[in-house]
Ligand binder design. Sequence first.
Ligand code: NAG
Ligand code: NAG
Ligand code: NAG
Ligand code: NAG
Ligand code: NAG
Ligand code: NAG
Ligand code: NAG
Length: 427
Amino acid sequence: MIVISLYCFLLLLLHRILIIESIVLQYETKCKSSQFIDLENLIGSLHTYAPNSTKLIVRDMGLTNGQQNLLKRYENIQIVSSNYAQSSNIQQIDVDHEFILINNTLYSRNNQGKYPFIDLIRKQFSFALVIPFIESQLNNLIHLLNLTEIYLPCQKYFHSTDLIFYHNEESSSALEKYITKLNYQNKCFKNIYYFAANLSADEDMYPVGSAYMWKKLFSNESTNTISLRARGYTHFFLMEPDTRPIRSYWLDAIIEKITNPYDQQSYISTNWWMIGSIYRGTIPLGREFLHINGNALYHLSLDFIRFIENVSNEIPNVLGKTNGYDLDLFLYMFKHVDIAKNVWHKFQFTDLIQNCWHSGCNDTDTDFIHMNPNTYLVHGNKILPKAVSSLKKFFYFILLGLCAMFCLRFRHYCRRVFINAILLKIF
Ligand SMILES: *[C@@H]1O[C@H](CO)[C@@H](O)[C@H](O)[C@H]1NC(C)=O
Ligand SMILES: *[C@@H]1O[C@H](CO)[C@@H](O)[C@H](O)[C@H]1NC(C)=O
Ligand SMILES: *[C@@H]1O[C@H](CO)[C@@H](O)[C@H](O)[C@H]1NC(C)=O
Ligand SMILES: *[C@@H]1O[C@H](CO)[C@@H](O)[C@H](O)[C@H]1NC(C)=O
Ligand SMILES: *[C@@H]1O[C@H](CO)[C@@H](O)[C@H](O)[C@H]1NC(C)=O
Ligand SMILES: *[C@@H]1O[C@H](CO)[C@@H](O)[C@H](O)[C@H]1NC(C)=O
Ligand SMILES: *[C@@H]1O[C@H](CO)[C@@H](O)[C@H](O)[C@H]1NC(C)=O
């Protein structure tokens, strides 16, 4: 009885929409910049439930450039200006509504402030390979760029792929001038850009600096010049300079993760947020450190951005609070299992890239390359030759002794510090 009355109530809330077969359906909605999340949810529900060719006309009531750029990549969307003459036979739908299909009949209803359809939007991808770096990583960066001439990124040219060099300093800094002067060119990238995070003195510290730089890439499509969504990008791969290709066509392999099994012009939906590598090292880290390393492929979904905002509200980017931006995502999910159960599937492991940290994997070893046919990139574990004087050796010896004494006394604390130090690549 209760079920039936609830059901009737639900039907009253729904607006039935007439589907006339054989005619291309069209709807029109109005959207302000602050309603963009509603619009994305509406478009996702349109792509999920309406017949394939159903078109949505979006009346632009003050969208940002970034929002307009994104809409251009979404399937069956037409943007019109606010004073565009309205055609009388087009059905209007409020931007805070969503489509739903019941018994093969299309209905619309209010979204109730929930946005389950955002990751179901079908769009043409626009991809950026982002290389973040600071001055001390210049050698690694140049080594990486040299490697891209041995291991070519792509076999076929992509029209929707850019390369972004992204540093921590101001845009006119010597570092930016240096990297610009290298004049790196590669036919696999349509455009090459140089981004400056311009971190303040407080932000520009290890390891919080990399967390700030990472977060800026995800910022909402507004005035921020580093926001990737503001440039119309839909996906990006973060490639720190200690990441190295180990075979050719690694960019093709990354793009295939996005488009699979479609071609690059297709409209595709991306129901994941992050695809990357697990820690494979020999030192056991324990379950609470299970995570995907930040050198990964990301989907610039508004849903993911809201999730990241949740995470950083709880674990701020402050020295002593953050465990590294990648680890924080997973610590948050282990703590909030009820939120996490809805989003775990959006985090996926891959062997496209391997985390070599403390794993002993050797990227110049042909055996390793042959035994890992799906692995195109590795990161970490680069053996750098170090010259240590005997005086320094003596001091290290004393320091080691003090640490050992400390660890014997405070075993639990010591283990945590040790593991963090491994993850922050201090060792
Ligand atoms: C920013 O994100 C919110 C959702 O968190 C969204 O509603 C809004 O439209 C976005 N864009 C701007 C320019 O604020
Ligand atoms: C509609 O889209 C679905 C999923 O993309 C596809 O399988 C189907 O063939 C399409 N139908 C038409 C008529 O294009
Ligand atoms: C949906 O279809 C089934 C089977 O035809 C029917 O029993 C049910 O009442 C229908 N529901 C609605 C809401 O029309
Ligand atoms: C990169 O290649 C250039 C030119 O081939 C060479 O001069 C330079 O030493 C290389 N740098 C590194 C770090 O391998
Ligand atoms: C960089 O940030 C500083 C404040 O930290 C600001 O004064 C300066 O104008 C910024 N530079 C650019 C190019 O935006
Ligand atoms: C953010 O957190 C709130 C509660 O703290 C939760 O209801 C919501 O689902 C979370 N959003 C995302 C996108 O994780
Ligand atoms: C990696 O493999 C190469 C080739 O087999 C070998 O010459 C080199 O010593 C190895 N490096 C390490 C650190 O094991």
